[in-house]
Structure formats: structure tokens, C-alpha cells
Design a protein around this ligand. Structure first.
Ligand code: FPP
Length: 249
């Protein structure tokens, strides 16, 4: 049995509360490898991945980080074996149903971004319900990217804007970054300050291509199911050592 990690409820003393990221994004990679190393089916890795995500969400709320966005399923993930795709869809739905009550109590505002219409109808219904009942919550804003692709998000924003131009509702000159960002799935959400990717891969994998323009990247060799508060603490320490210049000197 894996020993239970220690839960640090308080923000670690060496982390400056005033310089915390306002929005953390995470690419949860390595579930399959985690399971393989233990001789378990890949699905077990995804199950443990849910536990790691739950703890990170709670940690953001404990430590005062207002927004967390997790990459749960990419537009490319449909190419996985059907059994795994079906398992993931079932897992998302079951987790939502099981965890919703607790998220309401913890004041979490949950949002899903991506092409949600392509998801199974029962999952879409659960997603709609969870977004509706938490819409007015003021706690951590938890965004789950599901059937999400950054290029596809940018293209659908272009199409929506082009339509407005075609209809004479918008002048091309009026298209600026602010207007463009309003047409992305993440409208109303500040851009991530910190992107964490587990399992050592140094790729962005079509995640939040527009929004990550100035994010600091933290890559760890840890596989996602093993990502815990101690690791998040290390990510925040690294983040606070960075000199964020946003292209200036
Ligand atoms: C990547 O590991 C992980 C995924 C594609 C799925 C992540 C999903 C969860 C942790 C569940 C989240 C649940 C909710 C409700 C938000 P991988 O399979 O690519 O691992 P590998 O690279 O080692 O094969």
C-alpha cells in the first residue's frame, strides 16, 4: 500500500502569500505509466489520478489559489483504445456525481471547457448540472478541459468573430486581444500564471495555446497519481523564484 501523504493545510512558511499564482493549470500526465510500473491496468492509474486532482483542488482552496484548470481529455485522446475512452467518460461522470455535494460545500465553482457536445449525453447532463448548481459559488474556480483542443478553440473563436464581421456587427479594426479572448472557452478567466506538467514531458500538447502565452512552466518527473502537496509546494517555490518580465526588461 502507498503511504498516505501528509496533509499540510497551512500555506508553507517559505511561500509568499502575496505572490501566489492566481491561476494554476495542470497537464496530468503519467497515469498509464504509474499503473504499468505496478503491474496494474491503466484504468487504475486514472482512478488514482482523480485522487491526486481532488487533493490539488483542496490544496488550492486551503492555500488561497483562486483558480485551477486541469486537462482531463484532449481532442486527440479519442484516438486511445475504445475501452480506455469509455472508461474515462464513465469515470468523469461518476466522479462528478460522487463529488458534487462536497464541491458545493467547499464553495467550488466548477466549469467545463471544450467541445462538450461530442461527449456522451449522460455526461453532458451531469456537466450541465454541476456547472449550474455551482455557478454562484465564490470559492476556487475549478475548470476541467474535456474534449479540449487549443487550436480548435482558437478556430471556433475566429469563426464566431468572422460571422460578426460578415453580419456587419463588428469592424475588423475592433478585433483586439481583449475581444478575441472573450470568444475563447475561458472568457472571464484570467490567464494561468503557472503551468504544471507531470511525468517529465516537455510539451504543451495543444493545451490553452492562447492563454499560456506568459505562464511559467514547471515540469516534474513525478507521475500524476503521485503528485501531492509536497510536490505542489516545490512547484510554488520554483514559481516564486522566477523573474516574470512579460517581455519587458
Ligand atoms: C494522462 O495520463 C491522463 C489522462 C488522459 C486522463 C486524466 C484524467 C483524470 C486524472 C481524471 C480527471 C477526472 C475529472 C472528473 C476531472 P496518460 O494516460 O497519458 O499516462 P501515460 O502517458 O503514462 O500513458
Amino acid at each position: 500500500m502507498t503511504p498516505k501523504p501528509t496533509i499540510f493545510k497551512e500555506l508553507p512558511a517559505d511561500i509568499d502569500q502575496n505572490r501566489l499564482p492566481k491561476h494554476v493549470a495542470v497537464i496530468m500526465d503519467g497515469n498509464g505509466r504509474w499503473a504499468k510500473h505496478r503491474g496494474l491496468p491503466r484504468m487504475m492509474g486514472h482512478r488514482r489520478g482523480v485522487d491526486a486532482l481532488k487533493d490539488l483542488l483542496r490544496c488550492c482552496s486551503d492555500w488561497g489559489i483562486p483558480a485551477l484548470t486541469a486537462y482531463a481529455f484532449s481532442t486527440e485522446n479519442w484516438g486511445r483504445p475504445l475501452e480506455e475512452v469509455n472508461f474515462l467518460m464513465m469515470l468523469f461522470e461518476r466522479v462528478l456525481r460522487r463529488e458534487l455535494e462536497e464541491m458545493i460545500q467547499e464553495n467550488v465553482k466548477i466549469r467545463f471547457v471544450g467541445d462538450l457536445m461530442a461527449l456522451p449525453a449522460s455526461l453532458q447532463a451531469e456537466i450541465e448540472r454541476s456547472m449550474a448548481v455551482t455557478a454562484n459559488n465564490q470559492g476556487t474556480c475549478f475548470t476541467v478541459a474535456t474534449n479540449y483542443g487549443g487550436r480548435q478553440e482558437i478556430l471556433q473563436a475566429c469563426q464566431a468573430i468572422a460571422l460578426q464581421v460578415q453580419q456587419g456587427l463588428l469592424e475588423p479594426d475592433a478585433i483586439d486581444e481583449t475581444l478575441f479572448a472573450k470568444h475563447l472557452y475561458t472568457a472571464n478567466l484570467t490567464d494561468p500564471d503557472l503551468l504544471i506538467r507531470t511525468s517529465g514531458e516537455m510539451r504543451i500538447s495543444n493545451f490553452l495555446l492562447w492563454q499560456l502565452a506568459y505562464a511559467e512552466f514547471y515540469i516534474t518527473e513525478t507521475l500524476w497519481p503521485d503528485f501531492n502537496r509536497a510536490e505542489f509546494h516545490r512547484a510554488l517555490s520554483a514559481y516564486q523564484k522566477r523573474d516574470r518580465r512579460f517581455g519587458k526588461v
